[in-house]
Design a protein around this ligand. Structure first.
Ligand SMILES: O=C(O)[C@H]1O[C@H](OP(=O)(O)OP(=O)(O)OC[C@H]2O[C@@H](n3ccc(=O)[nH]c3=O)[C@H](O)[C@@H]2O)[C@H](O)[C@@H](O)[C@H]1O
Length: 577
């Protein structure tokens, strides 16, 4: 029997041994050796096969070997993805049945897909040049090579280990390593097959991609942290549950509340809509301020109920949401999941606890949609949303009305106008324009029909924070208890904008001056992606009821943002994703 394909392989080596014995020749190589013996049948048909073959296998981490007291190999199986599946599945490697082979091939394909999808730790292989490489192509090639081996009837043989204490030590070390990685691998298989969502709908797969997981929670230490974080430290202070606390607005609001002595507990699912490391950095900032952020999803009713069991929050600042206008075309399900289902879940809990908290939550300027009457007033029509994002925020406002009407929940919706500033969102134009200008990449600047200007009422984060705190401070108590309304409750909605729209091209001009880099402008027609040509807030209602008065113009605000950006990303050495 010859193994022409295998001989050519860069990562597998076949070594012919001289005699048909169960003992391998000692080798100075630290690699694990797998003895490969052709079956008697094939050996008798082809006499040259009566030799033994020693396969130097290049994935030692993934090889299982079991030895008896005399160091004789008694069981071996290869824990590379394909054979491991053969081992786990009822489809043995040596089968000759076509049907079984087909099934095994299916397992192999699945395994490869699995590796491509969730392989996280480095797979180190020694390549033909003797160097180390680590990539999935290597794995793929080895797996395809193993299909050739698969066609050869075989049984594992026995071999004796080299007796040198040095080699034995190295072998034990390798065994420990491979056992560890093999367990990790088995664990990953379990997670992949038993914990992944059953449905293959685009919505569920998108949600799993964004890892909307709920971490485990509970225990006295966990509860202690929550209580400490939510403890009110000032006279007349409030205790606030801030959802989306590791988000842009959530971080700033949580810090401001904590600094003035309120009790604050954060909740965030740390999804990967944008770079989660930025959210983790915000979390670290919050922890330094004394705000604990529970990792969990607003759709997790059990978790929310538990949080209210531990702390009877007087207020909820509900900022967790799927943001972004254009991304709604890419992942519509995430908007329904967070902005509608998530909101309803939060309100369900709030209505059922006793006492009910007052709720302030984030709506959006996008609800004005195709409205052309400027500046946008809360009394203007909001029934022409231009994006699914806007539609879910508008739906949120109607849902708020329902919970206020039926259960007596005190609800205040805040329509934020394109909020920007330090610790901002990398998906927003001012943020990625900064990154791309620094990188020398061109930036797309949208223009309206007939070369019309696209403008936004850009609002600085500190002004928004003041508006949020004022909304919390002026919120009246909810009136219901035990899930029943006891009287009319407050229901409000406010614009929080800057009242001075700025064309996007001007924003780019400011960034160019601050960064001292000329932008490569790529002016293009506003795509039909949910964007509206302009926004402009009328804030008279917020001014009257909340004392809201924005004080930061775009030039000043962007200056603070750029300073933060350069500091955070190391003067452009490390750049935003
Ligand atoms: O107020 C809101 O309710 C929303 O504000 C924000 O949406 P927007 O106002 O659309 O902000 P943002 O994406 O920064 O685009 C800014 C400008 O750049 C233009 N723009 C954008 C991208 C691009 O490539 N080119 C471009 O010209 C674009 O046409 C626009 O004119 C929040 O993301 C959203 O979550 C929501 O809170």
């Amino acid at each position: 029997m010859t193994f022409p394909q295998i001989k050519k392989l860069p990562s597998l080596k076949f070594v012919k041994t001289r005699e048909r014995s169960s003992v391998c020749e000692p080798t100075p190589s630290p690699k694990l050796n797998l003895l490969f013996v052709p079956t008697t049948t094939s050996a008798s048909k082809k006499p040259e096969d009566s030799h033994k073959y020693r396969l130097k296998f290049q994935y030692p981490h993934l090889l299982f070997c079991l030895f008896d007291d005399t160091n004789t190999l008694i069981i071996t199986f290869i824990a590379t993805p394909f054979p491991l599946f053969c081992f786990l599945s009822p489809f043995p490697l040596s089968t000759t049945k076509r049907k079984t082979k087909k099934k095994r091939l299916f397992f192999q394909t699945l395994t490869l897909a699995f590796f491509k999808k969730i392989w996280r730790f480095p797979l180190k292989t020694r390549n033909s040049q003797g160097g180390y490489s680590s990539n999935i192509q290597d794995l793929e090639s080895v797996m395809s090579q193993m299909m050739h081996i698969d066609n050869i009837p075989s049984t594992p043989g026995k071999f004796k280990m080299e007796k040198s204490p040095y080699n034995r030590l190295r072998m034990h070390f390798s065994l420990a390593k491979l056992t560890f990685w093999s367990f990790v691998f088995l664990g990953l298989i379990f997670v992949f097959f038993y914990r992944s969502p059953a449905s293959s709908s685009p919505v569920s797969s998108d949600l799993s991609r964004r890892s909307l997981r709920t971490s485990s929670y509970g225990g006295p230490a966990w509860e202690k942290r929550i209580k400490a974080s939510a403890k009110v430290r000032s006279r007349n202070g409030i205790s606030v549950l801030v959802t989306g606390a590791a988000g842009f607005v959530g971080t700033h609001v949580s810090v401001a509340l904590k600094r003035r002595g309120d009790g604050v507990l954060g909740l965030d699912n740390f999804n990967d809509y944008y770079d989660p490391s930025l959210k983790r950095a915000r979390q670290a900032l919050l922890e330094r301020t004394g705000v604990y952020v529970v990792e969990g999803d607003i759709n997790d009713a059990t978790l929310l109920k538990k949080l209210f069991d531990i702390v009877p929050f007087t207020h909820v600042m509900h900022l967790a949401a799927q943001a972004g206008v254009r991304y709604a075309m890419e992942n519509p399900g995430s908007y329904v999941h967070s902005n509608i289902a998530g909101l309803v879940n939060v309100l369900e809990i709030c209505k059922s606890v006793n006492p009910q908290p007052a709720i302030v939550w984030a709506s959006s300027s996008s609800v004005y949609g195709l409205n052309t009457k400027v500046p946008f007033s809360e009394k203007d029509r909001t029934d022409q949303p231009a994006s699914l994002y806007a539609a879910t925020k508008k739906a949120g406002e109607e849902i708020a009305h329902t919970y206020n009407h039926i259960y007596g929940l005190s609800l205040t919706g805040l329509r934020f106008f394109t909020v920007y500033g330090p610790w901002g969102r990398p998906d927003m134009a001012y943020f990625f324009f900064t990154r791309d200008i620094l990188k020398g990449k061109s930036i797309p600047i949208f223009e309206a029909a007939n070369h019309g200007t696209v403008a936004r009422d850009f609002t600085y984060i500190d002004d928004i924070v003041k508006g949020c705190l004022a909304a919390l401070d002026t919120a009246e108590k909810s009136t219901g208890s035990g899930g029943k309304k006891k009287g009319a409750a407050q229901l409000r909605v406010f614009n929080l904008g800057n009242t001075s729209p700025v064309p996007v091209s001007d924003l780019v001009g400011i960034l160019e001056r601050l960064l001292k880099v000329k932008a490569k402008r790529l002016v293009m027609k506003l795509p039909r992606n949910g964007d509206v040509p302009f926004t402009h807030a009328n804030i008279s209602s917020a001014h009257k009821e909340l004392g809201y008065k924005p004080t930061t113009d775009l030039q000043t605000g962007l200056k603070k943002f750029v300073r933060w950006y350069l500091n955070y990303y190391g003067n452009g050495k490390k750049s935003a994703q």
